[in-house]
Design a protein around this ligand. Structure first.
Ligand SMILES: [Zn+2]
Ligand SMILES: [Zn+2]
Length: 443
């Protein structure tokens, strides 16, 4: 049943691409002849790209270990005639497509890594790698970027400038003790030679139905920082609390008091999350604990809050510890800024997105409190990350990202390729929109 419905969607998609005229409000930023040529090329490549996606899904690789994935990506890009650079930030691959008309360079970024999750789906192309799964849809992202390269490499005459395809390792975070991901790619010069003027990214989104896209002007995803708090008390016999300083009681108060930052100290219209995800302390039931370690994460949608929260946390931790005669170590690690879609760039690119999905299927969404290291590109150059609907129409609720049952509807892949092609061409045509704004955090 499911396959029948999917097939029907596939047919509908081809029909819609080829025959349905766009209404005035859905008018894409591109001319109709070009749109039709793109659609024909997407259709031609559709079955190959689904095969690639299923191969990637069956052979997922963890962060900084994307060896086979990178080989596949590099050989496909080379076969398309792109200039290919492998081994960027470890396993990253960069492909440069030079258009036949001079112009600036824009980039598409796709992440390639999978997660340490045991897949519980039962379809024939489920993961063959025990305990590893593409549970965040990065197989779809990689396939969409490759598909976009396949299509655009046949349309060089229409490309006014260059398109850099950035296949990034370790978006989910490098293994302990290693570096990886967007930060290392940037350090190794991925945004230079030729200089990238703007960047596009997408994330599959199981809350949105296939055929829809979500966007936000300004922040679309949150910052992500982590912290470790060590509370030091004094151990004693459990029956003689007067001889000790109970680190567990102090830690319990710290946990509760930290929650008052979001509820009492911050503007309630500005989202923030302080979560303690791990507590470790004590040695046994009849000894007062000397030490407790708390670990957690902070998410915000603004650099101001990101700056303010650690100071508020330390005031609370210090006050609570002092009131019990305990001491503390507060280690706060800044990791990722929020993902910022520069409003001017969104305004310039939105007609292209609406042209692909239709006005009513291009939904303005609330920012999400998850994080993405695409943020590091977006704080340097104009960026546009959108959410690609992947919930099948026959599902009431799709399995969420990182779930062992995550199963994006593959119909979304062609739609993602189409959107990326439109955005890239549109971006290169509108060169004024590629001007780096002066209000980006890093420029
Ligand atoms: Zn993820
Ligand atoms: Zn992801």
């Amino acid at each position: 049943m499911k396959i029948r419905i999917k097939k029907m969607w596939g047919n509908w998609f081809i029909f819609a691409l080829v025959f349905l005229p766009l209404s005035a409000s859905d008018q894409t930023a591109l001319d109709q002849r070009l749109v039709q040529a793109l659609d024909r090329e997407i259709e031609k490549n559709q079955s190959e790209i689904i095969k690639i996606r299923r191969y990637l899904h069956m052979n997922p690789e963890l962060s900084n270990r994307e060896f086979e994935t990178a080989k596949l990506v590099a050989s496909k890009l080379s076969s398309l005639g792109l200039e290919v650079q492998s081994g960027v930030a470890g396993t990253g691959v960069v492909g440069l497509l030079r258009g036949n008309r001079p112009g600036p360079t824009v980039a598409i970024r796709a992440d390639m890594d999978a997660l340490p999750v045991q897949e519980l789906n039962t379809f024939p192309y489920r993961s063959l790698n025990p305990g590893v799964m593409h549970a965040c849809g990065h197989d779809v992202h990689t396939s969409i970027a490759l598909g976009t390269a396949m299509v655009l490499s046949k349309m060089k005459d229409r490309i006014r400038g260059n398109v850099k395809f950035i296949f990034q390792p370790a978006e989910e975070g490098a293994p302990p003790g290693e570096e990886g991901g967007a930060s290392v790619m940037i350090k190794e010069g991925v945004l230079e030679n030729p200089a990238v003027r703007a960047i596009f990214g997408l994330h599959v989104w199981p809350d949105l139905e296939v055929g829809t896209a979500g966007y936000a002007s300004g922040y679309i995803m949150a910052s992500s920082d982590s912290f470790t708090i060590t509370i030091k008390g004094k151990s004693a016999h459990a029956a003689r609390p007067q001889d000790g300083i109970d680190a567990i009681v102090v830690a319990a108060e710290v946990v509760n008091n930290l929650q008052t930052i979001v509820s009492r100290a911050l503007d309630p219209t500005e989202p923030a999350v302080i979560t303690i995800g791990k507590i470790q302390g004590g040695v046994r039931s009849n000894i007062i604990a000397e030490k407790v370690i708390l670990e957690g994460t902070v998410r915000t949608l603004s650099e101001d809050l990101r700056h303010k929260i650690p100071r508020l946390m330390e005031t609370i931790i210090a006050g609570t510890a002092r009131s019990h005669g305990a001491s503390y170590i507060f280690d706060y690690q800044k990791q990722l800024p929020p993902v910022y879609n520069h409003p001017d760039f969104v305004r310039a690119m939105l007609p292209a997105l609406k042209g692909c999905f239709g006005q009513e299927n291009t939904l303005e969404v609330k920012p999400q409190m998850v994080a993405e290291d695409f943020a590091l590109f977006a704080e340097r150059i104009p960026a546009f990350m959108f959410l690609l609907g992947v919930k099948s129409p026959d599902q009431v609720k799709a399995a969420p990202l990182h779930s062992p049952y995550f199963n994006p509807d593959e119909t979304a892949i062609s739609l993602g390729i189409r959107a990326m092609c439109h955005l890239v061409i549109n971006g290169l045509e509108q060169q004024a929109s590629l001007k780096t704004p002066t209000d980006l955090p890093v420029s």
